[in-house]
Design a binder for this molecule. Structure first.
Ligand SMILES: [Zn+2]
Length: 142
Protein backbone atom coordinates (compact mmCIF):
# COMPACT_ATOMS: atom_id res chain seq x y z
CA UNK A 1 0.00 0.00 0.00
CA UNK A 2 1.56 3.27 -1.09
CA UNK A 3 -0.29 5.40 1.43
CA UNK A 4 0.22 4.11 4.92
CA UNK A 5 -1.48 6.77 6.93
CA UNK A 6 -4.50 9.00 6.51
CA UNK A 7 -5.04 12.30 8.23
CA UNK A 8 -8.70 12.86 9.04
CA UNK A 9 -10.07 16.22 8.05
CA UNK A 10 -13.53 17.14 9.19
CA UNK A 11 -15.40 19.58 7.00
CA UNK A 12 -18.88 20.43 5.87
CA UNK A 13 -18.40 19.24 2.28
CA UNK A 14 -15.94 16.77 0.84
CA UNK A 15 -13.96 18.92 -1.66
CA UNK A 16 -13.96 18.23 -5.41
CA UNK A 17 -10.21 17.82 -5.47
CA UNK A 18 -8.93 15.27 -3.01
CA UNK A 19 -5.33 15.11 -1.81
CA UNK A 20 -3.47 11.90 -1.17
CA UNK A 21 -3.18 10.90 2.44
CA UNK A 22 -6.24 12.79 3.66
CA UNK A 23 -9.52 11.26 4.74
CA UNK A 24 -12.15 13.92 4.22
CA UNK A 25 -15.13 13.48 6.48
CA UNK A 26 -18.42 15.30 6.20
CA UNK A 27 -20.55 14.39 9.15
CA UNK A 28 -23.24 16.73 7.92
CA UNK A 29 -23.64 14.74 4.69
CA UNK A 30 -22.66 11.43 6.28
CA UNK A 31 -19.93 10.68 3.79
CA UNK A 32 -16.18 10.34 3.66
CA UNK A 33 -13.83 10.51 0.71
CA UNK A 34 -10.18 9.75 0.06
CA UNK A 35 -7.86 8.81 -2.75
CA UNK A 36 -7.29 5.09 -3.00
CA UNK A 37 -4.44 4.15 -0.70
CA UNK A 38 -2.72 2.02 -3.34
CA UNK A 39 -1.82 5.28 -5.05
CA UNK A 40 -3.87 4.71 -8.19
CA UNK A 41 -5.65 8.01 -7.68
CA UNK A 42 -9.21 6.69 -7.70
CA UNK A 43 -11.58 8.69 -5.54
CA UNK A 44 -13.16 6.44 -3.00
CA UNK A 45 -16.37 7.59 -1.34
CA UNK A 46 -17.74 5.79 1.64
CA UNK A 47 -21.26 6.72 2.76
CA UNK A 48 -21.41 6.69 6.54
CA UNK A 49 -24.56 4.94 7.68
CA UNK A 50 -25.70 1.75 9.36
CA UNK A 51 -25.83 -0.23 6.14
CA UNK A 52 -22.51 0.93 4.72
CA UNK A 53 -19.57 2.26 6.74
CA UNK A 54 -19.24 3.22 10.32
CA UNK A 55 -16.84 5.93 11.40
CA UNK A 56 -15.20 5.30 14.72
CA UNK A 57 -13.65 8.42 16.19
CA UNK A 58 -11.24 8.54 19.01
CA UNK A 59 -11.49 12.07 20.35
CA UNK A 60 -8.57 11.58 22.70
CA UNK A 61 -6.02 10.51 20.09
CA UNK A 62 -7.69 12.34 17.19
CA UNK A 63 -7.75 9.20 15.09
CA UNK A 64 -10.48 7.60 13.05
CA UNK A 65 -11.27 4.11 11.88
CA UNK A 66 -13.67 2.96 9.23
CA UNK A 67 -15.58 -0.27 9.56
CA UNK A 68 -15.77 -2.53 7.61
CA UNK A 69 -12.75 -2.62 5.31
CA UNK A 70 -12.52 -0.66 2.07
CA UNK A 71 -12.77 -3.07 -0.84
CA UNK A 72 -12.19 -1.37 -4.16
CA UNK A 73 -13.21 -4.32 -6.29
CA UNK A 74 -15.00 -2.01 -8.71
CA UNK A 75 -11.70 -0.39 -9.65
CA UNK A 76 -8.85 -1.85 -11.67
CA UNK A 77 -6.49 -1.90 -8.67
CA UNK A 78 -8.88 -4.11 -6.63
CA UNK A 79 -7.12 -2.96 -3.49
CA UNK A 80 -8.51 -3.90 -0.13
CA UNK A 81 -7.51 -2.32 3.16
CA UNK A 82 -8.60 -1.29 6.59
CA UNK A 83 -8.41 2.21 7.96
CA UNK A 84 -7.60 1.59 11.57
CA UNK A 85 -6.80 4.57 13.81
CA UNK A 86 -5.54 6.57 10.80
CA UNK A 87 -3.30 3.68 9.75
CA UNK A 88 -3.89 1.97 6.43
CA UNK A 89 -3.63 -1.78 6.80
CA UNK A 90 -3.43 -4.07 3.86
CA UNK A 91 -6.32 -6.50 4.03
CA UNK A 92 -4.96 -8.72 1.29
CA UNK A 93 -6.51 -9.30 -2.10
CA UNK A 94 -10.23 -9.87 -1.94
CA UNK A 95 -11.16 -13.41 -2.64
CA UNK A 96 -13.74 -14.11 -5.29
CA UNK A 97 -15.86 -15.40 -2.47
CA UNK A 98 -15.87 -12.04 -0.70
CA UNK A 99 -16.75 -10.27 -3.91
CA UNK A 100 -19.49 -12.81 -4.53
CA UNK A 101 -20.91 -12.19 -1.08
CA UNK A 102 -21.05 -8.46 -1.70
CA UNK A 103 -22.80 -9.02 -5.02
CA UNK A 104 -25.17 -11.50 -3.37
CA UNK A 105 -26.05 -9.03 -0.64
CA UNK A 106 -26.87 -6.37 -3.21
CA UNK A 107 -28.99 -8.86 -5.10
CA UNK A 108 -30.82 -9.90 -1.91
CA UNK A 109 -31.81 -6.31 -1.27
CA UNK A 110 -33.09 -6.06 -4.80
CA UNK A 111 -34.99 -9.38 -4.55
CA UNK A 112 -36.67 -8.16 -1.40
CA UNK A 113 -37.79 -5.06 -3.18
CA UNK A 114 -39.14 -7.02 -6.14
CA UNK A 115 -40.94 -9.45 -3.84
CA UNK A 116 -42.65 -6.64 -1.97
CA UNK A 117 -43.53 -5.02 -5.22
CA UNK A 118 -45.02 -8.25 -6.60
CA UNK A 119 -47.02 -8.80 -3.43
CA UNK A 120 -48.61 -5.43 -3.96
CA UNK A 121 -49.45 -6.35 -7.54
CA UNK A 122 -50.91 -9.65 -6.36
CA UNK A 123 -53.08 -7.95 -3.76
CA UNK A 124 -54.34 -5.79 -6.52
CA UNK A 125 -55.04 -8.88 -8.70
CA UNK A 126 -56.99 -10.50 -5.83
CA UNK A 127 -59.24 -7.51 -5.58
CA UNK A 128 -59.88 -7.63 -9.28
CA UNK A 129 -60.59 -11.36 -9.08
CA UNK A 130 -63.11 -10.74 -6.36
CA UNK A 131 -64.85 -8.07 -8.37
CA UNK A 132 -65.00 -10.14 -11.56
CA UNK A 133 -66.41 -13.08 -9.57
CA UNK A 134 -69.04 -10.77 -8.22
CA UNK A 135 -69.83 -9.46 -11.68
CA UNK A 136 -70.16 -13.04 -12.99
CA UNK A 137 -72.45 -13.95 -10.09
CA UNK A 138 -74.48 -10.85 -10.79
CA UNK A 139 -74.75 -11.63 -14.51
CA UNK A 140 -75.71 -15.25 -13.78
CA UNK A 141 -78.65 -13.99 -11.78
CA UNK A 142 -79.95 -12.15 -14.76
ZN1 LIG B 1 -6.21 1.86 -6.03
Amino acid sequence: MKIKKLRPEFLQNVPDELSEGVLYISEEFATAGHLCCCGCGEEIFTPLNQAQWRLIKNERTGTVSLYPSIGNWKYPCQSHYWIDKNVVKDAGPMSNRTIENVIKRDRRDKDKYIKEHNQEARDHEDNRGYISRFVRWFLDKW
